[in-house]
Design a binder for this molecule. Structure first.
Ligand code: SF4
Ligand code: SF4
Ligand code: SF4
Length: 185
């Protein structure tokens, strides 16, 4: 009888140890798996900023806002975008870059084909016009109207934060007016 009890006790000890080892092993595997997937999901290190000299500049005096540079740019979605120079903008009620016709006659006829130009009322006769660069396709339509009839505050620019600083800039090559170039080093 004593011998049977001893055998049972010994078996219980062995199974207990095996179970503990299995739990520890499984837990170890899960931890490693989680670690591996955490490593896989780690975001790629941010690319260093493009040096200023590598970002082409558009000369607003030469630019005709034809949009060729925007279409040729290597960057997905283009690094060329519209910008409003707020210092010279008139904050007009009737912005020629925004409205196709006077807002009194037809407030729904707007110039921008993508809704990238956003109008916001600041005061009774003062409106801010800003660009949603995600929507802007740099077609130049608003810029051409502002240049022809307004303060020339709307213009096309190469956005520093979007430009890849390509060794061969396709946007520069595409301009028929030599309006886009890099700073001399
Ligand atoms: S450049 Fe074209 S897409 Fe961009 S804000 Fe002006 S009208 Fe809209
Ligand atoms: S350097 Fe590259 S990303 Fe920048 S404007 Fe030229 S083509 Fe576009
Ligand atoms: S920089 Fe040249 S290609 Fe680009 S919109 Fe102006 S005129 Fe056209």
């Amino acid at each position: 009888m004593k011998k049977t009890i001893d055998r049972r006790a010994a078996l219980a000890t062995i199974f207990g140890s095996l179970a503990a080892a299995c739990v520890a092993g499984c837990a170890g595997t899960a931890t490693k798996g989680e670690k591996d997937s955490a490593e896989l999901e780690k975001p790629a290190p941010a690319a260093p900023p493009v040096p200023e000299a590598k970002v082409p500049k558009i000369n607003p005096k030469l630019c005709k806002a034809c949009g060729r540079c925007a279409a040729a740019c290597t960057k997905d979605g283009s690094a060329v975008k519209c910008e409003n120079k707020f210092k010279i903008c008139g904050y007009c009620v009737y912005c020629y870059g925004y409205f196709k016709e006077s807002p009194e006659s037809n407030p729904n006829a707007i110039v921008c084909p993508t809704g990238a130009l956003v109008r916001r009322q600041l005061e009774k006769f003062r409106f801010e016009y800003s660009i949603n660069i995600t929507k802007c396709i740099a077609c130049g339509a608003c810029v051409r109207n502002c240049v022809a009839h307004g303060n020339k505050s709307l213009r096309l620019v190469v956005k520093k934060e979007l430009c890849l600083g390509c060794a061969e800039c396709e946007a520069i090559k595409a301009c028929p007016y030599s309006a886009i170039s890099r700073q001399k080093a």
